[in-house]
Design a protein around this ligand. Structure first.
Ligand SMILES: [Zn+2]
Ligand SMILES: [Zn+2]
Ligand SMILES: [Zn+2]
Length: 263
């Protein structure tokens, strides 16, 4: 079995939002506490693959405690998915090799600019940097650490984000739509889990709102669906009830620390 651990399930600010006094941000239900969205794959072949390096990465890895990271996939260049990149430093140091970081050409170009000190280092005395090797992925079946992945380009406002399928898991985050051809393709591939964006109850310019999320789940028809990247408009238990009222009994709002298995 392959395992996906939910390192974070929250939107770009994390929940609670600093300074917000709403009911969800003040909730004592641990399910309403959400770090920035990221997942960690532990494959049946024993490979550890991190998806995104959020500003919460240090806390996420202190909780999850992986021994090693074999590869990193970066879905896109937004701050909530990239700004923990420096916390990869100990892994590249202890593993004594460059850590491969896979992303789209568009994201690679942005990362080179944003993290110039990592990808275009000047000779300095003192101070370490993460040793990373940027690898641009094609939007076609592609092997990472002997694991076959398929990558998809998804619309996220004015940019594109990268979704993927690994065996019977599909991961579609930070997108405001999922093209019909992709829904059809994933529908034809039996999925144990679909992890999908659901930022708010209402439609949104750059993310999936509730109605769109359920429309896509119904098109893809995975065995189980997990909602992720939730904002403070969502109380965990109420979102679960709303899924059931819409007939989606195999769908759940994901929580930080959830561990899902897939074939
Ligand atoms: Zn995001
Ligand atoms: Zn709030
Ligand atoms: Zn984003």
């Amino acid at each position: 079995m392959n395992i996906v651990t939910i390192l974070g399930s929250g939107t770009s600010t994390g929940i609670p939002i600093l300074g917000c006094n709403c009911e969800v941000c003040n909730s004592t239900n641990p399910a309403n506490s959400r770090l920035r969205t990221s997942v960690f794959l532990t494959t049946a072949l024993g490979k550890n693959i991190l998806v995104d390096t959020t500003p919460d990465l240090r806390f996420q890895l202190l909780t999850h405690k992986p021994d090693s990271i074999d590869a990193v996939i970066m879905t896109h260049d937004h701050a909530d998915h990239t700004h923990g990149i420096d916390d990869l430093r100990p892994f590249s140091f202890y593993q004594k090799k460059d850590l491969p970081l896979y992303c789209s050409p568009e994201t690679a170009e942005s990362l080179r600019r944003k993290f110039d000190y990592i990808f275009n280092p000047k000779p300095v005395i003192g101070g370490g940097i993460p040793q990373l090797k940027l690898i641009e992925i094609p939007f076609a079946p592609f092997a990472i650490e002997q694991e076959e992945f398929e990558f998809f380009s998804l619309p996220h406002g004015r940019i594109q984000t990268t979704g993927f399928r690994h065996r019977s898991l599909a991961y579609l985050i930070d997108c405001h739509d999922v093209p019909d051809e992709l829904c059809e393709k994933l529908n034809n591939h039996p999925l144990d889990w679909l992890i999908i964006d659901c930022v708010k109850p209402d439609p949104h310019d750059t993310h999936l709102g509730f109605d769109k999320t359920i429309e896509i789940i119904k098109k893809i028809q995975p065995k189980q669906a997990g909602l992720i990247h939730m904002g403070h408009e969502w109380d965990h238990d109420q979102l679960q009830l709303r899924l059931q009222r819409n007939g989606l009994f195999e769908a759940v709002p994901l929580k930080d620390g959830d561990i899902l298995q897939y074939r």
